[in-house]
Design a protein around this ligand. Structure first.
Ligand SMILES: [Zn+2]
Length: 278
């Protein structure tokens, strides 16, 4: 099933390039935070992540979140938040029925509380991992717990509870995914390493293009195209370095065997600029 999809930016942060890709430069580069908007013919409006929001600014205005703000300077305008962009379409927060959470880093979930009616869809393993972190470990792992809505467990649909299916042959070396709505419109694929249970999303857009959102499995298209790992210093914040490298290597394999697939990392402006908003 083809599905209407838009890829939008909600703020950006700044890092030296060498941190995100081996042999990158020392100059500070922009890392925009993108989120997806789907219009499913039966399920309605769906988001994939939310990017930054005013709530992020509030969390980093005091300790311990302040340390996050120092490590990762962030810039956004109020009109860029997911909620503002939904409202600019003449829609409201209540129209968003589902939010697919790729993983729980603050730059992906800062707008969750803006959508109180949405069912939250994520891998349970991703949620379990952050639930076990104390306040300081949360900070080191890019998690700001106060960005999570109350009663998140009651609002969650665990990906592991949906239907596991075999992926199309072109997706090798990825073998299985989860058919989130049972209609093959949106298929979750686990991309572990950056965090546990990071959710990639496979679908076909209205133009018939196969698209694979890959979250933070890498920070740029160049990384999966050239199989370039980030600086080893990122081991401090990644969940599992070995799994990260394995996932990146599989994405590189997939890209080489099926270059027609449009793979989109969540912070890559190159991938975003080549993608039409439909
Ligand atoms: Zn992340």
């Amino acid at each position: 099933m083809r599905i209407q999809f838009e890829w939008k930016m909600a703020g950006k942060c700044f890092h030296p390039e060498f941190i995100t890709i081996r042999s990158g430069s020392f100059k500070s580069c922009e890392f925009p935070s993108y989120f997806g908007i789907f219009n499913h013919p039966k399920r309605g409006l769906i988001l994939y992540d939310t990017g930054y929001s005013e709530r992020f600014s509030r969390e980093v205005s005091h300790f311990p979140g302040k340390l996050y703000g120092w490590m990762t300077p962030v810039k956004y305008s109020p009109s860029e938040t997911a909620l503002a962009q939904i409202q600019a379409k003449g829609l409201s927060a209540q129209d968003v029925k589902y939010i697919f959470i790729s993983h729980f880093h603050a730059d992906h979930i800062s707008g969750l509380k803006d959508f109180p009616n949405a069912q939250l869809v994520c891998f349970k393993s991703a949620f379990d991992e952050i639930s076990e972190l104390g306040p300081w470990k949360s900070l080191l792992h890019g998690v700001l717990p106060d960005l999570l809505p109350e009663g998140i467990k009651e609002r969650a649909l665990w990906v592991e509870d949906t239907m596991m299916i075999s992926l199309p042959a072109y997706m090798q070396p990825f073998h299985y995914g989860f058919d989130l709505f049972g209609d093959q419109s949106l298929i979750a694929v686990e991309l572990p390493g950056h965090t546990q249970g990071q959710m990639g999303l496979l679908f076909q857009d209205l133009l018939g293009q196969e698209v694979f959102l890959i979250g933070d499995a890498c920070w740029s298209s160049r990384a999966y195209q050239e199989n370039r790992t980030p600086n080893p210093i990122t081991r401090l914040i990644l969940s599992n370095w070995r799994e990260y490298c394995e996932t990146l290597s599989r994405l590189n394999h997939l890209h080489r065997s099926y270059p027609k697939l449009k793979m989109i990392p969540s912070h890559c402006s190159f991938a975003a600029s080549g993608y039409p908003s439909v």
